[in-house]
Design a protein around this ligand. Structure first.
Ligand code: MN
Length: 257
């Protein structure tokens, strides 16, 4: 009798299951979150060639990369925030690998974000989604589909005179997702809090609440428009950086074609 894994690879081969890459390209042009100048900033990516089939390495090509842990499509570990600093297994190397895989719940708020770049997801939005699609299961990745990843150039960070404007979560929504015991939340924006969230109470409430509860974050996702509201699984495994607060990663979703 075929196991679920035998059937899984057979369905991938047959094309009845598809793999959706939720990852943005990572390079020197990858946008990085900006902070007020009183705080240290995270460097974008630089890439420097070591050799390219030349006198520095006649048969091989490789590069040196330098970047902040929170660059491009990346994972936020609980230790990233002060509220999560004393939790067990809170760094990229100590989180059990089992916790990188879960069912995806995709909440579509594209229309709301088109009308209001400062849109905040509320418990009501989550509860409306649950009425339509069923309860968010324990251990889910909750993905907020905003189509923000389709924005080009400066419109992605969308910085105005009063700071960045991008959607996020109301603190009560983060509290509800903690109550649902999710793995974490994934967004298409540069970070898992709204652009204006530095002035919220508490500042950056999604980071404050989720990481304080040992939950994760996924930022700068794309291709959420290719996922069903339920029925996909997401694999989001950060690099095993010792003591790492986060890491760029390849986020893969698998769902019916
Ligand atoms: Mn981050």
């Amino acid at each position: 009798m075929p196991s679920v894994l035998t059937q899984f690879v057979a369905e991938l081969a047959a094309g009845t299951l598809k793999v959706v890459d939720l990852t943005q390209p990572l390079g020197p042009d990858t946008p990085v979150i900006g902070l007020p100048p009183i705080f240290a900033s995270s460097p974008g990516m630089t890439i420097e060639q070591i050799s390219h089939y030349d006198d520095k390495g006649p048969a091989w090509y490789w590069n040196t990369i330098r970047l902040g842990e929170h660059t491009g499509t990346h994972f936020d570990a609980p230790v990233h925030w002060v509220t999560g600093k004393d939790l067990a297994d809170n760094t990229t190397d100590t989180i059990p690998a089992r916790r990188f895989i879960g069912p995806a719940c995709v909440i579509d708020v594209v229309q709301q974000c088109a009308e209001n770049p400062d849109f905040l997801l509320t418990p009501e939005h989550i509860q409306d989604w649950e009425l339509a699609h069923g309860p968010i299961p324990t251990g889910a990745w909750v993905l907020m589909r905003t189509d923000w990843s389709k924005r080009q150039g400066a419109n992605f960070l969308n910085v105005g005179e009063d700071g960045p404007h991008a959607p996020g979560l109301h603190r009560a929504a983060s509290e509800l997702l903690v109550a649902r015991d999710v793995l974490g939340v994934g967004v298409e924006t540069v970070g898992t809090d709204a652009g204006q969230a530095g002035s919220f109470e508490p500042p950056f409430p999604n980071h404050h609440i989720m990481h304080g509860a040992g939950k994760f974050g996924l930022a700068s996702l794309c291709n959420l428009d290719q996922l069903p509201p339920t029925g996909a699984i997401v694999i989001a495994a950060p690099l095993k950086i010792v003591g790492g607060s986060g890491s760029p990663l390849r986020v893969l979703a698998i769902c019916p074609a």
